[in-house]
Design a binder for this molecule. Structure first.
Ligand code: AQP
Length: 344
């Protein structure tokens, strides 16, 4: 240990993101997160983890947690993440995340956490019965990101507020410990047509793993029949599709289905309307179902193939954790020195 001033971050653009192993991944996770991971890995250093510590914030059956981690890893691989290119690992295999989270618990302010809308949504009316972990979830998330000094975080719209909190924590740490620029202020990468996919049963709430209705989402593991049936039964209105995107305002279900089509086809919503304006959902839904089956069907098949060899998934996660720790450990060592830990 030395008393030298900590060096500001001057490294490359570095991407980090993760998904909780809390159930079946769905179309929203795929379009809002996984598709972006696969693209970004070829542009810059990319760290993608399975957030099994975050999963503990709500009850999860211990017998299922490991297999859930493997399932998310299989989804990463099936959607194009390459373990030779991106660093893929489980959060619990890199203890530096939890260690840094403690320091950040002492940097973040209660008032900041009180404003987090995701906690309010998830805790609902029974806030006092929620785990403390659910409340401090965004602090651990800040540690996940900053322990790699990541600069860019591809996530769906719902995570934007947590990213703001991460920036606040980085800024306060740098300021309080006189370590200017030590932590970069990471940016959320939320752009793109899949940033906010809504439930198929209610266009006003986001598609979510924890929605009790399986019909509300298309799971990555759904077969062609299930996908087609869910699209057919998706809630809509009686009007035809309009000519202009602005005219979808006030029609959340229609807006969502057009957005889903656009994201899956790699088009804009306006391009979709150029093709389908004047048509009703009776005509549009079968086209959307065919498209969803053609994109999602092969992913489910590839996941099943990968999951048949859990030892290979574990090997990939083990190698990824080693690479991740090689980056995280020196950052944590610097943090300990900066804040004055007795033990380095
Ligand atoms: N509906 C969505 N549209 C676009 N992106 C979404 N994401 C989640 N839902 C949508 C993005 O998926 C990534 C992984 O999310 P997560 O599993 O870590 O947690 P989450 O945001 O809480 O996802 P869910 O599916 O809604 O799970 P539950 O029901 O457990 O809360 C994130 O980048 C997220 O933005």
């Amino acid at each position: 240990m030395t008393d030298q001033a900590p060096a500001p971050y001057a490294g490359p653009k570095r991407v980090l993101s993760g998904v909780q192993p809390t159930g079946d991944l769905h179309l929203g996770n795929y379009l809002g997160a996984l598709v972006k991971f696969a693209r970004l890995q070829h542009e810059t250093q990319t760290f993608i983890f399975v957030a099994d510590l975050h999963a503990l914030t709500e009850w999860v059956d211990p017998k299922k947690l490991k297999s859930n981690v493997r399932e998310i890893t299989a989804a990463y691989l099936a959607t194009g993440l390459d373990p030779k290119v991106a660093t893929i690992f489980a959060q619990s295999a890199v203890p530096e995340h939890a260690e840094l989270a403690w320091v950040f618990n002492c940097v973040a302010r209660l008032g900041w956490l009180d404003r987090m809308t995701q906690f309010k949504d998830k805790a609902g009316k029974h806030k006092e019965r929620s785990s403390v972990g659910l409340y401090t979830y965004p602090v651990l998330q800040a540690a996940d990101i900053l322990v790699y000094r990541a600069t860019h975080v591809p996530v769906g719209e719902d995570q934007r507020q947590h990213l703001e909190l991460t920036r606040d924590i980085a800024q306060k740490f740098n300021h309080d410990f006189e370590a200017p620029g030590f932590f970069p202020l990471p940016e959320a990468l939320t752009q793109g047509p899949g940033a906010r996919i809504m439930s198929l049963r209610d266009g006003s709430v986001k598609m979510s793993k924890s929605d009790p209705s399986d019909a509300s989402r298309i799971n990555l593991t759904d077969d062609a029949d299930a996908i087609a049936q869910k699209v057919r039964k998706a809630r809509t209105d009686a009007d035809v599709l309009p000519e202009k995107v602005d005219d979808l305002a006030g029609r959340p279900e229609a807006q969502n289905l057009v957005g889903v089509y656009a994201a899956l086809a790699g088009k804009t919503s306006q391009e979709v309307l150029d093709e389908y304006a004047g048509q009703g959902f009776g005509a549009f839904k079968p086209k959307l179902a065919d498209l969803a089956v053609s994109v999602m069907g092969p992913i489910g098949g590839e996941m099943r193939r990968l999951l048949a060899d859990p030892a290979e998934i574990d090997r990939i996660l083990g190698a990824g954790a080693e690479r991740a720790r090689a980056v995280a450990a020196p950052v944590l060592a610097d943090v300990k020195r900066i804040v004055g830990y007795w033990a380095g």
